[in-house]
Design a protein around this ligand. Structure first.
Ligand SMILES: C[S@@+](CC[C@H](N)C(=O)[O-])C[C@H]1O[C@@H](n2cnc3c(N)ncnc32)[C@H](O)[C@@H]1O
Length: 181
């Protein structure tokens, strides 16, 4: 039985049982990925990001939707840090294409932080990939501008499943956690 320390994003990763298989979906420059690696201590961590500049129609005015040159730099940085780390695999792909590459019931935890207008679709894609008893989590449980509708997506999934929802104590941009029965 895991008791999450819900203080913030860093503490929830410290609360996870070490030695699992985890994934971060939406990595950007990898700064939080380093924290995840350090705090969660997985035996294998997948980093999934498409690292492609997308249209406003897809992402809204997401400040992380940089020009392609900057996306390329972010990808190179993440590859460079982890290319010799046997505990890390980098997957440069759209979330919705990457999810079916994995077997069902594979991950001990999974953290969604990719397209914040597609969180419901990401939950649907990745939920089967999480083991029973394990956790689907994510960032930015809120509504902001024209580029974050995560709260609505998570609440919809909770309404459909009746599962309990945990959120961190951050004043905004909270993390959300759902345990798979
Ligand atoms: C908010 S940033 C991630 C931030 C990172 N988790 C952190 O805390 O440092 C969102 C990332 O998701 C990626 N992204 C957006 N849509 C995506 C999709 N459909 N599939 C995979 N990655 C996507 C973007 O390239 C961007 O790097």
């Amino acid at each position: 039985m895991v008791q999450f320390d819900l203080s913030d994003r860093e503490t929830i990763f410290s609360s996870l049982p070490p030695g699992g298989i985890g994934a971060e979906i939406g990595v950007d420059f990898g700064e939080i990925s380093k924290v995840i690696r350090r705090n969660a201590k997985p035996r294998l961590l997948y980093r999934v990001d498409v690292w492609i500049e997308q249209s406003r129609a897809v992402c809204g005015h997401d400040p992380a939707n940089y020009r392609q040159e900057i996306k390329d730099a972010a990808y190179r940085q993440v590859l460079g840090w982890f290319v010799v780390d046997e505990g890390v695999r980098v997957v440069k792909e759209f979330s919705e294409i990457a999810a079916p590459m994995f077997p069902d019931d594979y991950f001990d935890w999974l953290f969604l932080d990719a397209n914040h207008l597609r969180c419901y679709e990401d939950i649907q894609a990745w939920w089967p990939k999480v083991k029973s008893g394990s956790w689907l989590m994510g960032h930015d449980y809120c509504t902001a501008g024209d580029f974050i509708t995560v709260e609505e997506s998570v609440d919809r999934f909770i309404a459909e499943t009746g599962l309990p929802l945990l959120t961190t104590d951050d004043p905004i941009y909270k993390c959300w956690i759902i345990q798979k029965p």
